[in-house]
Design a protein around this ligand. Structure first.
Ligand SMILES: [Zn+2]
Ligand SMILES: [Zn+2]
Length: 349
């Protein structure tokens, strides 16, 4: 397996982001990312202009974020603009599937900040939908905004943005678990929603940037394990990335304080081995193996409930039952407990 690190859910100047596609690629390379997927609001303009390409070592892919007032949906790997349908998001999901793309529900439980346009937010409220591939459990911009209720808090979050991200969005994790219980293959992913918006102050305060590409790219990342190594050939590598997104051999991490490169979660019996996103047959000697690149606290979830914990770098869990298992990894940064890694699940049946 070949690990790559990327960032999903990014806005460029083709919608309300600041940078060009090339600017974003430069920032991604600085942040040591292997790939980015740009998702402008209701447009694939960058793709139509032929700007999907390798920029140095960074593979830049272009999807879109569909819908305006509510039910924002990331449509990745699609060739044609997906028409918006704020009121009936199932139609949007179906169209992405018809184009054989990969679709993910964006910032589903966004609440907004009273300091920004009277708590303007774009949550997902229709949970009767099905057939989507992913759910965004951690969104940088949404969570940052949601965490600001007063002006002093806003100033604090400008200087100490990481204080807003102690863990992923709990309601999104719970909703994800509900879909997993229903037996649907729904995968978790993290998004930055980077817009790199510069805010100019009229007062003595200096201007500042909200959701800067650089800060976002170093924070909430998506790691994929590819079946083959990237080759530098655009078409080949783009399909490897999409294939891996569909497979779900991936995890979401907050990499700012400690890179999660090298993380592993697999299940093994004398008869078979399964990676994240895969299914394995129940066996009396089935074990869950987890490796964390630094000492950490590992939480193993079974059917949506915390099942067992372990400390250290190498973690082995036995007595595995049938159901769906996922892993959360927590660590301490300057004495404060923070979520670090959220794995995609392995199904045991
Ligand atoms: Zn959105
Ligand atoms: Zn967005």
């Amino acid at each position: 397996m070949h690990e790559v690190v990327g960032n999903l859910h990014i806005h460029s100047h083709y919608s309300d982001g600041r940078g060009s596609i090339a600017d974003i690629a430069v920032q991604a390379e600085k942040a040591a990312l292997d790939f980015v997927i740009i998702t402008d609001h209701n447009t694939l303009q960058g793709k139509h202009k032929g700007e999907e390409a390798y920029y140095g070592n960074v593979l830049v892919l272009i999807g879109m974020e569909v819908n305006t007032e509510a039910h924002h949906y990331l449509a990745l790997g699609v060739e044609h603009e997906v028409p918006e349908n704020d009121d009936d998001p199932q139609q949007v999901i179906n169209e992405v599937n018809r184009q054989q793309g990969w679709g993910g529900i964006a910032h589903p439980f966004e609440k907004g900040s009273p300091l920004y346009r009277n708590s303007l937010c774009f949550p997902w409220t229709d949970w009767g939908v099905s057939g989507f591939q992913g759910i965004e459990i951690w969104n940088y911009l949404s969570q940052w905004k949601d965490s600001i209720h007063t002006i002093p808090q806003g100033i604090y979050r400008l200087f100490f943005p990481h204080s807003a991200f102690r863990a992923a969005c709990q309601p999104a994790l719970e909703q994800w678990d509900i879909y997993l219980q229903k037996g649907e293959k729904v995968l978790a992913f993290g998004g930055s929603d980077a817009h790199d918006v510069k805010v100019k102050c009229k007062t003595w305060l200096p201007s500042f940037t909200i959701s800067s590409y650089q800060k976002c790219f170093r924070s909430i990342t998506t790691h994929l394990l590819l079946s083959n190594a990237l080759t530098g050939r655009f078409e080949h590598d783009a399909s490897l990335i999409y294939e891996s997104l569909h497979r779900g051999c991936s995890w979401t991490a907050y990499d700012y304080f400690q890179s999660s490169r090298g993380f592993q979660f697999y299940m093994q019996s004398p008869a078979a081995i399964a990676q994240m996103g895969e299914r394995i047959a129940l066996h009396k000697n089935l074990e869950a193996h987890i490796y964390t690149p630094a000492r950490a606290e590992v939480h193993l979830y079974h059917d949506g409930k915390l099942w067992d914990k372990s400390h250290g770098k190498q973690h082995v869990f036995t007595n595995i039952q049938s159901g769906v298992y996922r892993v959360e990894v927590w660590h301490r940064v300057r004495g404060i407990k923070r979520a670090w890694i959220y794995s995609n699940p392995i199904w045991v049946s």
